[in-house]
Design a protein around this ligand. Structure first.
Ligand code: ZN
Length: 374
């Protein structure tokens, strides 16, 4: 067993001081017993300790991309994310050819469990079942109507699907999938749905919105669009808090509207945790400069945001408290996926991060093993 001492432990609604966190592969107990005998002791030196961060939207990092469809790419991403406090994530696909998507899904099925860094929880399928008019940085040549054939062999891996509810065939697809694979989260995104069409999607069981405000109908007071539908229903949504995709005042607005239904994602692409320069995303050329990743026509192409920076930005630019910010990257995404992670509760997976007051990551622990130390 291991024990973390001398920490500020973020636990439920409070920050505990003078307590010790005991864990093996799962959380064992939090007590005010500071002796921690017969344990490997980790001294947090007064830093914060929380559950590890969970990112529902990662295309790549460290020079690798999920669409590279190789075990080495998954390992690189998994290892790189540790330095950002991420202990688990959804490997996110892009709108590409059926062959490329099939290769990426097959690679995930065969190799996702063998990575040695952050856990891969499964696949987030972003496209190709989207609206061509809101494709963003997804290659519009490969946008297609929803079809089971492409993904059916991989339904154990797929945990989340971003699609446009207004496209032909979406209703039958979502309803069939919801009854056959109730574990899958359906998220509206890359969509031109009206307010009414989006609400209809929520009635079928769609329960989330992907990178709110980006690649979707905007808010207008006579035509409230997807943003309006998300604001007046109890679905959750996620934001890319890099201050590029979303203005700080809009981050505050989303927080006020959605509270604990707000989830932080990075949408990180290959250049995550890398230097500025030329990269690619879904077969398209991307230039990364000044914290922005853009296609040749200026379209934002994923992000180079680190999850710990997302938390820092929310803390700095919104009125969210520390516990709320951390919950948006831990408890909220875990509950969305229905997994026993995201909280330092007895019996939950021992995914733990130690960070300082600037959200700089000191130690990252995955399933009880120290995987990263600054
Ligand atoms: Zn994305």
């Amino acid at each position: 067993m291991k024990a973390i001492v001398n920490a500020k432990i973020l636990h439920e609604e409070t920050i505990l001081e003078g307590c010790t966190l005991f864990f093996d592969t799962q959380i064992v107990k939090i007590t005010d017993d500071v002796t921690a005998q017969n344990c490997e002791v980790i001294d947090a030196k007064g830093a914060y300790v929380s559950s590890g961060f969970i990112d529902l939207h990662v295309h790549g990092s460290g020079g690798a991309d999920v669409m590279d469809a190789s075990p080495a790419a998954l390992e690189t991403i998994s290892a790189t994310l540790l330095q950002t406090g991420v202990t688990s994530f959804l490997a996110t696909t892009m709108t590409m050819s059926n062959e490329a998507i099939d290769k990426a899904l097959q690679n995930m099925q065969d190799h996702a469990k063998s990575v040695t860094g952050a856990n891969i929880l499964g696949v987030h399928l972003e496209g190709p079942f989207i609206n061509v008019s809101r494709h963003g940085a997804q290659n519009k040549d490969y946008v297609q109507a929803p079809t089971m054939a492409l993904i059916e062999p991989y339904m154990q891996e797929i945990k989340m699907i971003t699609l446009a509810p207004e496209v032909e065939g979406a209703e039958a697809f979502v309803k069939h999938m919801m009854s056959s694979y109730p574990h899958v989260v359906f998220s509206v995104g890359h969509s031109d749905a009206s307010y009414e069409e989006c609400k209809e999607g929520f009635r079928w069981g769609m329960s989330h919105a992907t990178h709110l405000f980006n690649a979707m109908t905007p808010y207008h007071h006579r035509s409230p669009g997807i943003v309006g539908a998300v604001f007046d229903s109890d679905v959750s949504c996620d934001v890319i808090a890099d201050l590029v995709h979303t203005h700080p005042s809009v981050l505050e607005l989303v927080y006020r509207m959605k509270k604990e239904k707000l989830i932080l994602i990075t949408d990180a692409m290959r250049a995550g945790c890398m230097k500025c320069g030329s990269y690619d995303l879904g077969g398209q050329h991307v230039e990364v400069q000044d914290g922005k990743a853009v296609l040749e026509d200026g379209t934002l192409a994923g992000s180079v945001l680190k999850m710990n920076e997302a938390l820092s930005n929310m803390r700095q630019y919104t009125s969210m408290g520390l516990l709320e910010v951390v919950n948006a990257a831990t408890k909220a995404p875990a509950q969305k996926l229905g997994i026993k992670k995201g909280e330092l509760k007895v019996g939950y997976d021992a995914d733990i991060v130690i960070f300082d007051e600037n959200f700089s990551i000191i130690t990252t622990i995955v399933m009880g093993e120290i995987k990263y130390a600054r």
